[in-house]
Design a protein around this ligand. Structure first.
Ligand code: HEM
Length: 179
């Protein structure tokens, strides 16, 4: 995708501090060939690259997304930040009240490892079952995705890898969102 299109989608789909408008983003990203028609704007993370730590060794060419994200250390740090932040965020915390956060973190780390080629087996429940009854709406879904994007960036995961992960997670929306 061209830099200009990415720039446009950045402003349109991920305005800083706001949840995005979804219908047009879906169409635009579909046209851009990034996501399936059912997947909204999750692939359009186009913020500036964070400064990479000079001592960080680049993973070998052809490495898994898991390795390119920084492996277990980074994924664990990202998930810890995401869940702690979500459980404290006024927009998101309602769903997390009374929930065993350590268990959710453990399952999410395992799931992300499994989905990104890290070699783990996900032992948790299906996305539909685990979120059933929570009545998660679209704005909560996008709020959590925004928090994930920030946590990834915060822990030095590069733009390409952030976008790859968001594209993998995008189709789960239909199993998480109930209303
Ligand atoms: C792509 C998006 C999402 C993914 C990949 C995801 C993944 C997961 C995973 C792996 C678990 C643990 C499964 C298990 O215990 O077996 C979980 C649980 C949970 N998730 Fe999500 N989730 C997503 C979106 C959301 C959103 C948007 C919310 C609310 C704002 C949310 C709230 C929760 C809560 C409250 C639990 C714990 C449920 C319970 O233990 O009763 N999730 N999620």
């Amino acid at each position: 995708m061209s830099g200009m299109l990415r720039g446009y989608l950045a402003d349109h789909c991920f305005p800083p501090g706001r949840t995005m408008t979804h219908a047009r983003c879906t169409i635009e990203l579909t046209l851009a060939g990034l996501l399936a028609a059912s997947a909204p704007c999750l692939g359009a993370d186009v913020q500036a690259e964070p400064a990479r730590i000079a001592t960080q060794t680049a993973p070998p060419a052809g490495a898994s997304l898991y390795a390119r994200m920084g492996g277990t250390a980074t994924v664990t740090a990202v998930v810890n930040e995401l869940i702690d932040h979500s459980a404290a965020d006024p927009r998101l915390k309602r769903s997390f009240e009374g929930v065993n956060l350590d268990h959710v973190k453990k399952m999410l780390i395992e799931q992300l490892c499994s989905l990104t080629g890290g070699g783990c087996t996900y032992t948790g429940d299906s996305m539909r079952d685990v979120h059933a009854g929570l009545k998660i709406d679209q704005s909560e879904f996008y709020g959590l995705v925004e928090s994930l994007r920030i946590a990834l960036q915060h822990h030095g995961v590069a733009l390409r890898e952030r976008n790859e992960l968001l594209e993998i997670l995008a189709p789960m929306k239909r199993d998480v969102v109930e209303r």
